[in-house]
Design a protein around this ligand. Structure first.
Ligand SMILES: C[S@@+](CC[C@H](N)C(=O)[O-])C[C@H]1O[C@@H](n2cnc3c(N)ncnc32)[C@H](O)[C@@H]1O
Length: 230
């Protein structure tokens, strides 16, 4: 059976593969969004929730880069999140500030767990308390080492984010699939593409996300339970 490709949401259309100028017949407002653009940043900054997000991103060297990388994960996984009344998202390699987990906690109904060996538990707990955040927790461990504690969680449909995570994505998906019902995963790769991008699992969407304000904007959406096509 080949991998089914579902109709893309408008946000995804905007984030699809790069169109080179030579391929354009003419220029339209849509074309502007098929080049690196501040669309995600504008959407984030127009919302009340930006006030809560800002403390976690303000001290980043490049806050616009970090915000748009995390938002890309949200845009690409939101269609999957909507399929389930109760869903969990594991944010692998989410850094000290659990920024992608925090964004999902503010913008979705999902239960979020950020997993990174450098997680700053105190900073995240202070942020949760200050803004009365629900459905975010953090595990200060490597993803591989967090498997036993994840195995004890209530079984839920599960999504994964790998936002510039320095991990072997296929190995982590394989290990997590032993203890969780992994429906979809989003990968944004950076300096270790051979390790970060999947070569084992079915890819539903792949391309350059021009809403990500960083040169490392190549992404994959993976559905591990789909059968690989011939
Ligand atoms: C480039 S940083 C990305 C951090 C964050 N996602 C961001 O975009 O700001 C890579 C992260 O991968 C984490 N990492 C490395 N090995 C890991 C592992 N085995 N499990 C989970 N996270 C890991 C590192 O601690 C680091 O925080």
């Amino acid at each position: 059976m080949s991998v089914k490709r579902r109709k893309a949401a408008p946000d995804e259309l905007l984030s699809r593969s790069r169109i080179r100028p030579a391929e354009k017949a003419d220029s339209s407002p849509m074309d502007a969004l098929l080049q690196p653009n501040a669309h995600y940043l504008d959407r984030l900054m127009r919302r009340q929730s930006f006030q809560a997000l800002w403390p976690l991103f303000a001290h980043a060297t490049k806050p616009a880069k970090e915000l748009t990388e995390s938002f890309s994960a949200l845009v690409h996984l939101r269609p999957y999140l909507k399929r389930y009344p109760k869903v969990r998202v594991l944010h692998i390699g989410d850094g000290a500030h659990a920024r992608t987990g925090a964004l999902f906690a503010l913008k979705t109904r999902a239960e979020n767990i950020s997993i990174d060996p450098v997680t700053n538990q105190q900073l995240i707990q202070d942020w949760i308390n200050n803004f009365q955040i629900e459905r975010l927790s953090a595990i200060r461990q490597r993803a591989e080492d967090a498997i036993p504690s994840l195995a004890n969680q209530e079984k839920l449909p599960t999504m994964l984010t790998f936002v510039h995570a320095h991990v072997d994505t296929d190995a982590v998906i394989g290990a997590l699939s032993e203890v969780a019902d992994v429906k979809a995963a989003f990968v944004l790769g950076c300096c270790q593409p051979g390790k970060q991008f999947s070569s084992r699992y079915p890819i539903t969407h792949e391309g350059e996300d021009e809403g990500v304000l960083s040169p490392d904007r190549h992404f994959q959406v993976i559905e591990p339970q789909q059968e690989l096509g011939e």
